[in-house]
Design a binder for this molecule. Sequence first.
Ligand code: FES
Length: 166
Amino acid sequence: MANVDSPGATRDDAIEIAATIAAKWRDRPDMLIPVLHQIQALAGNCVEADIAKIVSQEMRVPLSRIHDVLSFYSFFSTKKRGKVIIRLCKTAPCRIKGAQDVLEAFEKELGIRAGETTSDGAFTLETCECIGACEVSPAALVDDTLYGNLSPKEVSGLISSLRERM
Ligand code: FES
């Protein structure tokens, strides 16, 4: 399936993608979260207001329910994010092992603060609660890949290798 990050893709493409996915699950509100995950991955790592409306119409799920889901789960975003999302754990076990220093290294390397996206649209840096990898703290998820035992000095190399894979 197309992706809105594909060359030449337009906003209409994103809406069409969302409508096609959501229409497959009409009257299946139990599928709302997986549908939103799939759409988010294909529509710029976010579910913006116009996309949420299309999902509501196609699935026949109240828009208010969709807004509730999008605001409750931290993995969803309603504003556009980068192609790669770095989510650094900030919960106590990771914090004790130096997560703040790692976060500052990411911020310096990317030139952004946590919660922001690089101007080239490549990276979004976020903090999050425990990701279940406390035994390798400090830990981060880069999209769906876990990175553990992070240290500030390896952040630059990690960003370089992620850029090479884009
Ligand atoms: S506290 Fe950071 S992964 Fe659990």
